[in-house]
Design a protein. Structure first.
Length: 586
């Protein structure tokens, strides 16, 4: 997005061209010129001759999932599942370079540099960072922390232009008012600005504002040390903001069927602080539920960062080398997932109502080093299936849980792979064409953040992926999950990129980003038949395009005929109120 006036310079929120969801940024030093055919060499684009895979007429494979003797893929090596893997883009980039955000766009806070790393590698460094010894797990009642009725107070925000309007509701005002009249310039056929929120004050170093939960009545969001909630229609506070003593460091991306979520916050403000305090919250009432303190897992199994995953009624708390499951409604500890086999350490999880996926790093620093993907019973932790990846391959993202679709990388070989997985853990298909896919992903540097991408969707038979906009608008590609081949593609209806949100009623709902002088759009694309022409559900106003366009690190949702977009990273700029959330409807 182009930087609007009166905004501090900020990095782009989209992952760079190339590997699907793989945020990469250039290192401070200029990289050496890659050799011909190596990392950075021009790669074949879409239409490159497909290689026979294990689901067609497979040539013999050199990996563990096909017969010996397979010819290598188009870049010289097979993928992790015996399938051709595709190369990275022309310009190699790495996290943490100039222009990269200081923290992930919608992640869980500071990143753990030792997550999934072998003890031999990190021992000398981690000793300086950790306090050895476990803490005591405890569950307490938070029921006496009743939500208070919001109190109206005058806002001290100056009335400004449409780029920085007075906040119509942060808890300082009644919320439904619109002092700057954001709808004054609305044209016939354009959607209405339902409400707009500015962010709480955060340190000048910035802060995370991860996720967004949308229920039938409430839109709630974490921002630095608070969880705030507003009425979906008019933006009035539904309950008083919940404030924590330290910054929020992780959240559950999903909510339970009865609208419960869990957030984690730091146990202190120093460099030695850990992400160890859990708090359940009822989104319907704003009432605090149970609390808990996460135990240390061991010397190299840290809780400087944790990842929170809801799978049905189970909350999985992921450390750097293990996980602990709790009953999400009561806080009761259910089971642990620890080291198994010779040296396999769980270090990432992804969940859905009836599914829990675990990724483990095995045999680190050994010739047999590899990763394993496992399906777990969320209630008991019982292993339902195990799938071993070839050496060098890592599962970086999970783009759909049900059906299960995973994205893997081999950083040494500069290759990627997208695979659909059956309920029994066997592979259904793999994407067999080369494309620059580019969902809006968090900057997962030291953690995987498996669910950290906005802009992918799936139904039972099809995966929907956005392409990188190389020149002009991008496209959405529908991939057949039975074959890994393209079914159809459709071009963005605006001048900016279009991202899938979800499939509902036989149609793919997608968001077209705002540009500097044009509001965003919400469109519906038929998923069946021969015509996939998008139909506009909302055309957001041109008069508020600069505000909508100014969300650089963002997530979005569509529910009940309303569109919500919110920041996931706050810069700490003191010159003007930062954007937090914006809602559109008819």
């Amino acid at each position: 997005m182009t930087q609007p006036p009166n905004q501090p310079p900020q990095p782009p929120n989209q992952p760079p061209q190339g590997a699907f969801g793989a945020p990469q940024d250039q290192p401070p030093q200029a990289p050496a010129q890659p050799p011909s055919g190596g990392f950075g060499a021009p790669q074949p684009g879409y239409g490159y001759p497909q290689q026979p895979g294990p689901y067609g007429t497979p040539p013999p494979a050199s990996g563990p999932y096909a017969a010996p003797g397979q010819q290598p893929g188009p870049y010289g090596q097979p993928g992790p599942y015996g399938q051709p893997a595709y190369g990275y883009p022309q310009q190699p980039q790495f996290p943490g370079a100039p222009g990269a955000p200081g923290a992930p766009a919608g992640g869980s806070g500071s990143r753990n540099p030792f997550k999934g790393k072998p003890a031999l590698v990190v021992g000398a460094v981690v000793a300086a960072l950790l306090v050895i010894g476990g803490t005591v797990f405890a569950v307490t009642s938070g029921g006496d922390d009743k939500p208070k009725k919001p109190v109206a107070q005058p806002s001290d925000d100056p009335k400004g232009s449409s780029e920085a309007p007075v906040d119509p509701g942060t808890g300082e005002g009644e919320g439904g008012d619109d002092p700057d009249d954001l709808n004054a310039g609305r044209k016939p056929g354009e959607s209405k600005v339902l409400w707009y929120k500015t962010a709480p004050d955060v340190p000048r170093s910035g802060a995370d504002a991860p996720g967004m939960w949308v229920t039938d009545k409430t839109v709630a969001k974490a921002a630095y040390k608070q969880v705030v909630a507003y009425n979906v229609g008019d933006g009035r506070p539904t309950w008083e903001p919940i404030t924590f003593p330290q910054k929020i460091c992780s959240i559950t991306r999903d909510r339970t069927a009865d609208d419960k979520v869990v957030v984690a916050y730091m146990d202190g403000a120093t460099d030695r602080a850990k992400c160890s305090r859990l708090q359940q919250i009822d989104l319907a009432t704003g009432q605090k539920g149970w609390t808990a303190e996460v135990e240390e897992g061991g010397l190299f199994d840290t809780i400087r960062d944790i990842e929170l995953t809801i799978a049905g009624d189970t909350l999985m708390v992921g450390r750097s080398q293990s996980g602990t499951a709790y009953d999400v409604r009561t806080g009761k500890k259910l089971y642990d997932k620890k080291k198994y086999g010779s040296a396999c350490f769980p270090d990432a999880f992804a969940g859905a109502p009836n599914r829990l996926i675990q990724i483990a790093s095995c045999d680190a620093t050994r010739p047999t080093e590899h990763e394993e993907m496992q399906g777990l019973d969320p209630k008991t932790g019982r292993v339902l299936w195990t799938q071993k990846l070839e050496k060098g391959w890592e599962v970086k993202r999970v783009y759909s849980i049900d059906p299960l679709v995973v994205y893997s990388e081999n950083s040494d070989k500069k290759q990627w792979n997208i695979a659909a997985v059956k309920p029994d853990g066997t592979f259904r298909s793999q994407v067999v064409f080369n494309e620059n896919f580019a969902p809006n992903c968090n900057w997962a540097i030291f953690e995987r953040d498996l669910r950290g991408c906005f802009g992918t969707a799936a139904d039972a038979d099809t995966l929907y992926l956005p392409t990188k906009a190389l020149s002009g608008p991008n496209e959405i590609v529908a991939v057949n999950l039975a074959t890994g081949k393209e079914k159809w593609r459709v071009k963005s209806t605006g001048n900016a990129s279009m991202y899938p949100i979800r499939v509902e009623g036989g149609k793919l709902i997608a968001y077209v980003e705002a540009s500097y002088n044009a509001g965003g759009q919400v469109v519906a694309i038929p998923t069946t038949g021969t015509s996939h022409t998008p139909t506009k559900l909302l055309q957001n106003p041109e008069s508020t395009a600069k505000i909508e366009h100014g969300f650089f690190n963002w997530t979005a949702d569509w529910a009940g005929g309303r569109f919500y977009i919110s920041s996931t990273r706050l810069s700490g700029n003191d010159e003007a109120k930062e954007k937090l959330m914006l809602a559109f409807g008819k």
